[in-house]
Design a protein around this ligand. Sequence first.
Ligand SMILES: NC(=O)c1ccc[n+]([C@@H]2O[C@H](COP(=O)([O-])OP(=O)(O)OC[C@H]3O[C@@H](n4cnc5c(N)ncnc54)[C@H](OP(=O)(O)O)[C@@H]3O)[C@@H](O)[C@H]2O)c1
Length: 263
Amino acid sequence: MSEFWGSKTFCVVTGGSRGLGRSIAAEFSKRISPGSTLILLARTLPATDDTKGEILRVNPNCKVLGLGMDLMNPDIPKFEATLQKAVGDATSTFDQCVLVHCAGTTGDCTNRTVQYTNFSEIQYFFNLEVTSMLLLTSSFVKFFQGYAKHTTVIQLTTELTPFPRGGVYCAAKAARDSLMRSIALEEGEAVRTLSFNPGSCDTGMMDDAIASCTDQPTRQVLLDMKNSGKLLKPEVPVGKLVQILETNGFISGQHFDYEVVKD
Ligand SMILES: NC(=O)c1ccc[n+]([C@@H]2O[C@H](COP(=O)([O-])OP(=O)(O)OC[C@H]3O[C@@H](n4cnc5c(N)ncnc54)[C@H](OP(=O)(O)O)[C@@H]3O)[C@@H](O)[C@H]2O)c1
């Protein structure tokens, strides 16, 4: 198995404007070689500027592009045009390409699962979490086929145990885990995949969950964790993800929970 870090990498991070996606982009940029390219996707282009600045301070020889796109309504031709623009004529010069799916929201934390009645609301949530993830993955794999020596697709997921008001959120994450396992099965070593559950992190998404969750015991647990400083800073689980990738020795399709990854 080849080394993951230190090579010339083409990397796309969705949700690269803040939270875990921003931390992943920043930590990856410390470890990939000069001449690498990163694309940061968020709903608006300016939202990616801070992450871009952070990356260029650490690795000034990286090329960093922002891509504004709402993944509830994905524009795949625009995604492919951005890949083409970023690569130019140099597709064959990348040692590996990596796609990291971090974009996400809590969805609606006010409904019990059987209280979801709005077709569009469910559809848009699955567009973001599942449909877009699959479309971007297919497009990315096709684009780099025959060029990159190694392709890796990573998706942020959650624990697979349900929690109150998390029915639709957990269903979407379970679907993503399943897609990662299917790709691993079908593509073999050509496309390696992994699902990573970062644990409970102190991000905007967690603040949204605390503000809107109508299941009081769940909300209280999250609030207590927030107030007592027990929510993880994104760089903590991201450090574990960096460690998993270090040896590139994971089984493709595998699901990792932050808590069980040994230091
Ligand atoms: N935080 C946790 O405790 C936790 C636990 C388990 C799993 N996760 C997963 O980790 C991932 C990142 O979560 P986070 O906590 O870092 O959340 P966050 O801080 O709220 O960041 C979410 C990111 O997703 C982007 N995004 C949201 N809606 C989008 C849309 N419609 N189209 C394109 N981009 C969109 C946001 O960009 P803009 O707002 O700038 O557009 C932002 O960059 C999510 O998949 C989440 O489910 C988080």
